[in-house]
Ligand binder design. Structure first.
Ligand code: ADP
Ligand code: GLC
Length: 477
């Protein structure tokens, strides 16, 4: 049995801005189910959703401040979640990373450096918890100092650093390095220095014993200039210690047979019941109720990564077809405005909800026929997997985890019953529109469509296999 400390800046259902939280909330539980002793550590943000009591564990003095550690459990599990409490850093309203206007908090370097230092203390059994980690599993830039700091310890756990998104790097000016009082040896090209700046992400990539990304395709993509943000050379150099392990999904939370957030549960056996979700979704979206018209859903952070510009550019063309388009998301204010305006122009075809809404996200997955995900890059992506589970066929761009989890409907894959969605190559409106048309044509052939839905719904997206791959990796370190 390994003792694993899983370090993440967000963990579902306590706090979530994106897929990292889904992973940090379910992979540790899957590892515990494989008999491992896993603890998760995250900051104690003001906006944590805490259902049960939290327990005070200890106070550590770090960097001239007293930091309290509390503990709770991940729901329905024995996985301990350790909460790092430093009120002036983490007790701010709203998002873990940004203010209400989307600007990064000015003290992010200090906040996450402190978080990393505490994770190191906990992993090294210096936090009065009587527990020393064998493996520390870090995720994204907010945790990048952990493997770097651990390289300075004579006796240390093995370290894994998982890239969920290379687009966020945690880069700060050199002065920040000195202000944070980081050990001088770490100001090096082989550690935290990146073109004269302090880079949290580089720290993780340069110093962890092993690097993973959240899909095999993204593991190859990050080694190219297009996706590597200047770190591709380092990743090419470390390619023997780099691999991709596809994310699973929480198959209890995203289960059309038991989902309490949708209007009507359904399964492969009674797929017709899915229509009740479709009409409920149409009602909720103020669109005409009609089960024959294909509904295209989209749920996303509204940022460049997700190809939202492509969607906006082609919506006017798209609504000339008999479809309805339902989007839920928030992010870039320009995207939000343009989408809203389009919905005012085509009120009986386009419904846009700006905001974050988990209940509506489930209903969109259950009630749509098609799910659109034209990402410019997508390390893994979760919604295309949720969609397949709900018999909602995804249309995706062939990148990252989208390429690894959706099988394009072509004559051969339709015949051998593996087709589970639609895939296009080029990040361009033309390619996307062509593929949507291809999907709409197949939608008219309900016999084939139902078969594709079944293929999709029967795929295994559970965490089990991926958790086993992580465990294998830990055992080999
Ligand atoms: P990313 O982490 O890049 O945002 P993923 O596909 O991995 O992309 O995960 C996104 C997660 O966030 C999914 O669980 C998705 O349902 C959820 N999500 C994104 N936007 C919203 C929203 N506006 N309301 C509810 N859930 C959302
Ligand atoms: C990131 C990626 C997304 C991935 C998620 C969880 O936010 O953008 O593709 O699914 O992390 O790994």
């Amino acid at each position: 049995m390994k003792k694993i400390l899983f370090v993440s800046s967000e963990v579902q259902p306590l706090i979530k801005t994106g897929g990292l939280a889904d992973v940090a909330g379910s992979l540790p539980i899957a590892l515990a189910e494989l008999g491992q002793d896993v603890r998760v550590i995250l900051p104690k943000y003001q906006s944590l959703k805490l259902d049960s009591e939290i327990e005070y564990r200890c106070t550590l003095r770090i960097d001239n401040r007293d930091v309290n550690i509390f503990q709770t459990y991940l729901p329905n599990s024995l996985v301990i979640a350790l909460l790092v409490d430093s009120p002036d850093y983490f007790s701010k309203a709203g998002n873990p990373y940004t203010d209400e206007y989307g600007n990064a908090w000015a003290d992010n370097a200090d906040r996450f450096a402190l978080f990393c230092r505490i994770a190191v203390e906990v992993s090294q059994n210096r936090a009065y918890l009587d527990w020393k980690a064998d493996v520390v599993h870090c995720n994204d830039w907010q945790t990048g100092l952990v493997p770097a700091l651990l390289t300075l310890e004579p006796q240390r756990p093995a370290t894994v650093f998982t890239i969920h998104n290379m687009a966020y790097q945690g880069n700060f000016p050199q002065e920040t390095f000195y202000r944070l009082n980081l050990p001088g040896q770490l100001w090096s090209m082989n550690a935290l220095e990146y073109h004269g700046m302090l880079s949290f992400l580089k720290g993780g990539l340069a110093t962890a014993d092993h690097i993973t990304t959240v899909s095999p395709t993204y593991a190859l993509e990050v080694q190219t200039a297009e996706y590597g943000y200047g770190l591709e050379g380092l990743l090419q150099h470390r390619h023997h210690e780099l691999n991709g392990i596809i994310n699973g999904i929480d198959t209890d939370e995203w289960n059309p047979e038991t989902d309490v957030r949708i209007a009507q549960t359904f399964s492969v056996e009674n797929l017709d019941q899915k229509n009740i979700n479709k009409t409920t979704l149409q009602q909720r979206s103020n669109l005409p109720e009609n089960t024959n018209i294909p509904v295209i859903g989209l749920i996303s952070r509204l940022v460049d990564q997700k190809g939202i510009d492509l969607v906006i550019e082609c919506l006017e063309d798209l609504v000339t077809y008999p479809i309805q388009f339902i989007l839920l998301g928030s992010g870039d204010k320009g995207f939000e405005h343009r989408l809203k305006n389009l919905s005012y122009l085509f009120p009986d075809k386009i419904a846009i909800t700006i905001g974050y809404n988990e209940d509506l996200a489930h209903l969109i997955e259950a009630g749509s026929d098609i799910f659109l995900m034209p990402s410019r890059f997508e390390p893994c992506g979760l919604n295309q997997m949720y969609s397949q589970r709900y018999g909602t066929l995804p249309i995706v761009r062939k990148t990252g985890g989208l390429a690894d989890t959706v099988i394009d409907a072509m004559p051969e894959t339709i015949a051998n019953k593996t087709a589970s969605g639609f895939v296009f190559d080029e990040a361009a409106t033309g390619a996307m529109l062509e593929t949507i048309k291809r999907a709409l044509l197949l939608y008219d052939n309900q016999k084939i469509w139902k078969q594709l839905q079944k293929n999709a719904m029967l795929k295994d997206f559970s965490w089990r296999q991926s958790a086993e791959q992580y465990l294998n990796l830990y055992n080999h370190l």
